[in-house]
Each structure stands twice: as structure tokens, then as C-alpha cells.
Design a protein around this ligand. Structure first.
Ligand code: FAD
Ligand code: SF4
Ligand code: SF4
Length: 482
């Protein structure tokens, strides 16, 4: 039979259809449509089945990409799902929100030979969305139940991936989260136009149906201390993410119309989930008819500008102190934002927030920057040119990044060691913290990072927790009275 693969010379790269910018800017639905099965099969057949698949090396989870592409091209979709889900706990989520241009697709070999990369992310998403539709994604049934238990702090992607891996092995798993829903930034940070919420909710429900217990509205560090969890569980995973917003340090930044990005995005996501949200209803976090200025150049800033567009802002401007090529956010998201009407002021840093005599927010004064000498990391530092300009503003959103909270203090555990940025220090071979049997994963170890890295850490930590609990079980058996 002729090979169904290597079609990249005769078939161009084609992403699933993107909704028209004017139409999509009016709602919070995802902007890319689903692949039809035939389109997914055709696009998968473009892969050249490289002997050394660079795409796999570019994926933090080392997904078996060529294998599942081949299976899709042959319409063996259930097998493709089995292969894909063996290395990734949320393939349909990564397929939607990984910055593929910097990961798997960024080093796909056929792009190096002048053809568009294989659309790996969209096909990965298709495989598991299709599996949910077909009923192939079922609750976990561990081959045997074990008596040991794991406590996981944080129901973000890191905590959820670990919970799934441990439950598969039959451990009792309880996930504690201070929010009222699971998903972490997947539910309250990332907007619906990148990731619709039902996609996250069905993952949580599946874990509940698999026997994982969730304790929401439960903040560790308040009444319940880390030591209480250590008494209750054999191993603990800290996967609490990073939530301390970096502040804007310019005159006027304390104005009541200057908002932290995550507060703004959480309000918008809660509104979309149907919650009562007074901060939105009273207009505080609603951009309708306002001139909005967002400060920052990362993914969070991109999500803020595009949320403001959808809320009906009069104008949306993004200020970033470096140029387009040096911004940390995904280029794909910048292009999407531009299509939706966002204006980017590159090489612009805020100098002051200006208000009227009556105290109403008026404008952001920005300094025009240029790129100077590289800093120790090799990145060119922005320098002031001496020129300033004002951007009209009724609402300012600061999206300058996040740092870890002071966890040793919060958890009442001075023995928990952190680095100078406040991230938890772990033994990188085992992800164990300075406290025995307490492990850590995701942003709280790496600093603000990506969903796919949190999943990878959660899986690795679960494997180490499993090894530790097996040792405990053996030790118990050896000392049990005969
Ligand atoms: P989180 O997702 O932050 O989850 C941590 C959980 O711990 C939360 O539910 C929190 O409530 C809980 N928690 C914290 N402290 C406590 C406590 N004391 N007690 C109990 N529970 C606690 N990444 C991508 O790959 N693609 C993107 O497009 C993308 N967009 C992003 C957009 C925004 C606006 C933001 C902020 C981030 C984005 N990221 C993106 C990054 C990504 O969301 C994170 O890297 C990822 O969610 C980290 O996972 P985590 O499990 O470590 O932590
Ligand atoms: Fe690419 Fe992310 Fe999927 Fe890995 S998990 S194959 S990096 S989209
Ligand atoms: Fe296929 Fe590209 Fe991966 Fe090669 S690098 S196996 S062409 S997806």
C-alpha cells in the first residue's frame, strides 16, 4: 500500500478555520473552529516521519508526535488517542494553548526545508476532542486500591496532572484549593477565547468520577496548616502557582481605575461562568466604552487587551518597553490581537498615570524607549530616548508578571526552603522540597511558566511520590507483627 505520509510536498499547511475578527471580537468563544476528520487526517499525512523527530524533543512532555500523526492519517483515531494520552494528561488543552511556534512546531523538520510545519497542536486537540465525543475518555479504574494517600495543594494543571497519575496507581488522592473551582489559571486566568471553560470542567469531573476528592474553598496557610496535611497524608505536593502581581512603580499608579491583570481577568472569567460579580456589574472591571491601556508584553497582557476588546472598549492600547521581536508573549496572540483592533505601542514605558482636576483617570504618560546594550542574559536593555507622549485612558491594567507568595510564612513552615525570588527550592532529580515527603511542581518551582511544563512537573512529582509511598508500604509490611 502506498504510504499515506510525507504529503508535505503536495499539500500545504492549513490550520482549522479562524473566525472572522469582527465577529469573534463580540464574544468569548474560541477563535479556531474544530478540524473536520478529513482535514485532520490530511494535515497529519504531511508529516515526514523523521527518524529523529525534533518535534518530540521540542515538546516538554516528549509526546510521541510522529506515532499519533501516522495513526490519525490512517483514521485509527482511538489508537491515536491512547498514544497521545499516555504522555499528556490534557492533550486537548495543550493543543489549544501551548505556544507551539516556540515548542514542537517551532523545530518541525519540514519547516526547515521550506514547507509550513505540521499543525501538531491542532491535530493533538482534534484527537482528544474526538475521543471525548466518542466516549473514549472514561473515569480511571485503578487495577488495585492502595492504603497510602497523597495530599495535593493546588488544582491547577500541575496538581491535576499529579492527581491523575497517582489515582491511576490506586492511591487515595485529595486536592485542596483556595478557589471554589478546579483548574487554577486554566479556569480563572486564561480567557474563554483561548480555552472554553467546559473543556476544563469536564477534566475536573472525570477526576471526581475517578475517586479523586476535591476540597475547594480551602486555603492552606489559614486555619489549615501544611503540618495538618502532613499528619493526614503520606506525601504532599505543593502546586500553588505564582500569584503576587508585580506592581507599577510610577506616580499615580495607586489610582482606583488602575487594576491588576489577574483581578480583571478573573472577574471576566467568573462573569462568563455565570457567577455574580459585583466588580463587573458596578463597572469597575468592565471596559465597555472606555479607553483602555494595558501595560506589559506577556501572555497575560495579550489576554487583557483581547478581553477589553470583547467587553466593548472604545480603544485598547498595549504599551511594551521593548520591541515586537523581544516581547515575551506569543507572536500568534499579538497577530490575533492586532486583527481584533488592538494598537501596540512598542518601545514605550509608563512614566506616570495622569488624572483630571476632578480626580478622573485621564491618560498614561509614556517614555519612548530604544534598545541599548545587552544585559548579562544577552537581552538588550531598554533605555529612555528623552521623548514622552500621552495615551488617553479611562482604565489601566497592569500586566507586569507574577512572583511567588511568601509560602514558608503562609504555610507556617520556616523549614520550607525558597530561592531568592521566593520560588520553592527542590532537589531537581526528585522534586522533593527541603521537607521530607513534601514535593513541589509547576510555577511555584519554575516561576511563571507554561501549562505544559506544569503538567510535566506534576507527572514527574507523582512518579517520585509513588516511589516514596511504595517504600513506606514495604517498610510497613516488614515491621508488621506476624
Ligand atoms: P496554577 O494554574 O496557578 O494553579 C495553582 C492553584 O493553586 C490555583 O488553583 C490556586 O487557587 C491554588 N492555590 C494557591 N495557593 C493556595 C493555597 N495557599 N491553598 C490552596 N490552594 C492554593 N500558559 C500556557 O501554556 N499557555 C497560555 O496561553 C497561557 N496563558 C496564560 C494567561 C494568563 C493570564 C496567565 C496568568 C498565565 C498563562 N499561562 C499560559 C501560564 C499558565 O497558566 C501557568 O504556567 C500554569 O497554569 C501553572 O500551573 P500550576 O499548576 O503551577 O499553577
Ligand atoms: Fe506541542 Fe504542547 Fe502538544 Fe507538546 S503538548 S506536542 S509542545 S502542543
Ligand atoms: Fe513529522 Fe515534523 Fe515531527 Fe518530523 S519534526 S516527525 S515532520 S512533525
Amino acid at each position: 500500500m502506498a504510504s499515506r505520509m510525507l504529503k508535505f510536498t503536495e499539500l500545504d499547511r492549513s490550520m482549522p478555520e479562524k473566525r472572522d475578527a469582527k465577529k469573534r471580537a463580540r464574544d468569548f468563544g474560541e477563535i479556531y473552529a474544530d478540524y473536520a476528520t478529513e482535514a485532520a487526517e490530511a494535515q497529519a499525512s504531511r508529516c515526514s516521519q523523521c527518524g529523529v523527530p525534533f518535534c518530540q524533543q521540542g515538546c516538554p512532555l516528549t509526546n510521541n508526535i510522529p506515532d499519533w500523526l501516522k495513526l490519525v492519517s490512517e483514521n485509527r483515531l482511538e489508537e491515536a488517542y491512547q498514544v497521545s494520552s499516555a504522555t499528556n494528561n490534557m492533550p486537548e488543552i495543550c493543543g489549544r494553548i501551548c505556544p507551539q511556534d516556540r515548542l514542537c512546531e517551532g523545530i518541525c523538520t519540514i519547516e526547515q526545508s521550506g514547507h509550513g510545519t505540521v499543525t501538531i497542536g491542532s491535530i493533538e486537540r482534534f484527537i482528544t476532542d474526538n475521543a471525548w465525543e466518542e466516549g473514549w475518555v472514561t473515569p480511571i479504574k485503578p487495577p488495585r486500591e492502595r492504603k497510602e494517600s497523597a495530599g495535593i495543594i493546588g488544582a491547577g494543571p500541575g496538581g491535576l496532572a499529579a492527581a491523575e497519575q497517582l489515582r491511576r496507581k490506586g492511591y487515595k488522592v485529595t486536592v485542596y484549593d483556595r478557589y471554589d473551582r478546579g483548574g487554577g489559571l486554566l479556569i480563572y486566568g486564561i480567557p474563554g477565547f483561548k480555552l472554553e471553560k467546559h473543556i476544563v470542567e469536564r477534566r475536573i469531573k472525570r477526576l471526581e468520577d475517578s475517586g479523586v476528592k476535591f476540597k475547594f474553598n480551602t486555603s492552606i496557610g489559614g486555619k489549615l496548616k501544611l503540618s495538618d496535611l502532613r499528619d493526614k497524608h503520606d506525601t504532599i505536593l505543593i502546586a500553588t502557582g505564582v500569584y503576587k502581581a508585580r506592581d507599577l512603580m510610577v506616580p499615580g499608579s495607586g489610582h482606583e481605575s488602575v487594576h491588576a491583570a489577574l483581578d480583571y481577568l478573573t472577574t471576566s472569567n467568573r462573569k462568563g461562568l455565570g457567577d455574580e460579580v459585583p466588580r463587573f456589574d458596578d463597572g469597575t472591571h468592565d471596559a465597555r466604552d472606555k479607553n483602555v491601556v494595558v501595560i506589559g508584553g506577556g501572555d497575560t497582557a495579550m489576554d487583557c487587551v483581547r478581553t477589553a476588546v470583547r467587553q466593548g472598549a472604545k480603544s485598547v492600547t498595549c504599551l511594551y518597553r521593548r520591541d515586537r521581536a523581544n516581547m515575551p508573549g506569543s507572536q500568534r496572540e499579538v497577530a490575533n490581537a492586532e486583527e481584533e483592533g488592538v494598537v501596540f505601542e512598542w518601545l514605550a514605558a509608563p512614566e506616570a498615570i495622569l488624572d483630571t482636576k476632578a480626580g478622573k483617570l485621564k491618560a498614561v504618560r509614556a517614555a519612548r524607549m530604544k534598545l541599548g546594550a545587552p544585559d548579562p542574559s544577552g537581552r538588550q536593555s531598554p533605555e529612555k530616548t528623552g521623548e514622552t507622549f500621552d495615551v488617553k485612558a479611562d482604565m489601566v491594567i497592569k500586566a507586569l508578571g507574577f512572583d511567588p507568595e511568601e509560602l514558608p510564612e503562609l504555610f507556617g513552615e520556616p523549614a520550607l526552603t525558597v530561592n531568592r525570588w521566593g520560588a520553592i527550592k527542590v532537589d531537581f532529580a526528585t522534586l522533593e522540597t527541603s521537607i521530607p515527603n513534601v514535593f513541589a511542581a509547576g510555577d511555584i518551582v519554575r516561576g511563571a511558566s507554561l501549562v505544559v511544563w506544569a503538567i510535566k512537573d506534576g507527572r514527574d512529582a507523582a512518579e517520585e511520590m509513588h516511589k516514596r509511598m511504595k517504600q513506606m508500604s514495604r517498610a510497613d509490611a516488614a515491621t508488621a507483627p506476624v
